[in-house]
Structure formats: structure tokens, C-alpha cells
Design a protein around this ligand. Sequence first.
Ligand SMILES: *Cc1c(COP(=O)(O)O)cnc(C)c1O
Length: 388
Amino acid sequence: VVGKGHERMNLFTPGPVDMSREAQQAIGRPGLCHHRSEPFRRMMSKLTTLLQAAFLTRGEVVILTSSGTGAMEAAVANLFSSGDKVLVPVSGKFSLRWAEICEAYGVNTARIEIAPGKAPEPDDVVSALEADPAICAVLLTHCETSTGSLTDLEAICRAIHDLELLRSREILIIADCITSLCVDVLRVDDWGIDCAVAASQKGLLSPPGLAFVSLGDRALKRVRTAESPRYYFDFRKYLHTEIPFTPAIPLVSATLASLSHLAGLGPEPVWRANRSGALAIKLLIQAAGMRPVAERQASGVVAFWTGDLDAAEIAHSLEREHGITVAQGQGGLKGRILRVSPIGKGPGALLGFAAAFSSVLEKMSREVDMSSIETELNRLLEDCSIWE
Ligand SMILES: *Cc1c(COP(=O)(O)O)cnc(C)c1O
């Protein structure tokens, strides 16, 4: 499964990830389906329904032509007005992005600084909200992809909703679920997330270029009243009407094909497969004497300290000798960590990665004791066989 050459499927990066077979077949089909045609309208409607099922929401889902960051910016532009006050826990590069976007729109942004590898906890969020009654929203990051840290969204949402009742306040919850949709357990309506953002190139195993925003009733009300300037990404243009601008038609077909397949597998097996894939990678790096960065491990990516071994050298050898692409650290973590994503990877691909990783480390005089983890690894890989 793992080998040299570009024809092989070897992206172990936390986005984009290798496309599903279904997405590949759809993207390879010749001809375009015109976006003002009945067949395309049916495709958009099916994709919307599947996205609602994936987010587990009965709210609206807006489909945008952009990468994930575009949808994050769109959420801020549509939900807030300049001068509104919001809270952003910052625990890495992606949660920082929420703060930067809010600031670009003149939204008054209170930050909670959190050490890399840690996630915001309910108490952190509640204390910050109690300290400032003017805060009207919290922007969270479900999987902080720079560290592989999973935020306990369910617990934080519950704490915020309790506070809302206690203090008769409305506090909107916006969540970046870009690396968690169809990867980690996510229940938008049950947890009371007003607005969740996702993209095509991670858990949906589709090409990059589409982004999705779920909007509950309270968020929809804000969309109507927010005063931030917006045009292309004005959600009012997308709601209850046909897509306003020429969409990335092939990406709609590819994402529809891939998400239909995922829906057929069912949410629980998909969550379990990605979770077990992440635990398999974690087991492997621990057998190599390395430590994961995250305290609470997300399923979308495992980030780990390479210790006295040079992270860049490991990444280059994996690429050059085995055709495997992994991600390096960003910002202050560059050269010190590697990030490997198990999203959509079956037992063959994961064993291929394990063999390549061990071989690269052996050349750097580091032994990986595979025999000590064999039983546990095989047990985890069974869950991943849905991908083969
Ligand atoms: C990938 C990712 C993004 C979006 O990145 P784009 O390159 O704009 O698609 C945002 N947040 C998180 C947590 C991500 O993993």
C-alpha cells in the first residue's frame, strides 16, 4: 500500500488527506453538470441533507466554495458586528486563527492563553465568561490540528449553557470542527453548538475547496442582525435559495460521493476507525520512545515530540525513501514535532507507515520495539478495516 511514486496514496498529513475511492471516481468523471440544472439542484440538496446528518443537526447548512478558513471568516462576518465582545481560548495555531479573524473584523476579542498540547477546560471558559458579562460568544476549536489536542466540546458547551440559564445571558457557541467532522464524536444539536464549521479535505476524504457552516436558530437570528460587511460570503444569499454563485461543481460531486459512502458506513464505525487509527499511531511512536504532544488525543492527527532526533530529517526520509508525506510542526514547534494523520487509513496503510517509520528511525540508530505492541496494534487495526 505504501510505496514510491505519485500514483500511490500516501498523504498522512492532517489535511488534505488522501481522497476516498468514491471521491476519486467522481472527480475523474468527464463533463460538468451545469449549476442551474435540475440534476445539480438535486446534488446540492442531497449534499445538504448528508451534511446535516454528519453534523447531527436539524439546523441549516451553508455550502461555500473556499477552504476551511474562508468558512471561519464567513462565520465571524455573519454572526458579529464591530464592537461585539467574544472569547477565544488560544491553544495553538488554529485556535489563534479565530482570534485573528475576529480582530480583523473589529470584534473585541478576549483570549485565554493555553499551553500547547493542553485544551481549554470548562472552568477556564466559565471563569472568563463570569469575569466579563459583555462577552456574547465563545469560539472554540474541536481538534487543535497544530498539537492533536481534542477539546471536550460537550463538557464546555454544557458549562456554557448552565451559565446562560444561571445569569440569563445568551452566549453563542461557534466551533471549528474542520478536523473533527466525521473524525471525532460530534453532536451539534445535542451539545448545543450554534455554529459549526467544516471543510471537504479532512474527515470527508474529499479534495480541498468546499467548506460548510451549520447554523442553529440563534445563529440564524444573528445572521439577520449582524452588521459586519460581507458580500460573497453573506449567508443570507445562500439560505432558502439556490446557490448564488458558480460553485466548484466537480468538488460538489466528489464530496457528495464520498459523504454518501461515509453515511453508508455509519457514524459510529467511522469515528471508531479514525480513533483506533490515531491510537495505533500513538502506540507506534511510544514504542519508538517518543511522547505525544496532546494530553487529550484527537483522532484527526497525532503530534509527537521527536526528542533528540531531528523532526525535519525524519519527515524528509519518509518522503524520499518511502513516498510518505507527514506534517512538521508550525511556529515554535517547527523541527521539534511531527504530525501524522490516520484519517481514512486502513490496516495496510497503517502497517506500511509503521514499517517505513521503523526503518527510517533504525537508520538514525533508534530501535522501535514492534513485538511489544503487536497484539494491541492488531486489535486497533481491526477497527480500521472499514477503509479497505
Ligand atoms: C485544516 C484546518 C483549518 C483550515 O485550513 P484551510 O487550509 O483553510 O482549509 C482550520 N482549522 C483547523 C483546526 C484545521 O485543522
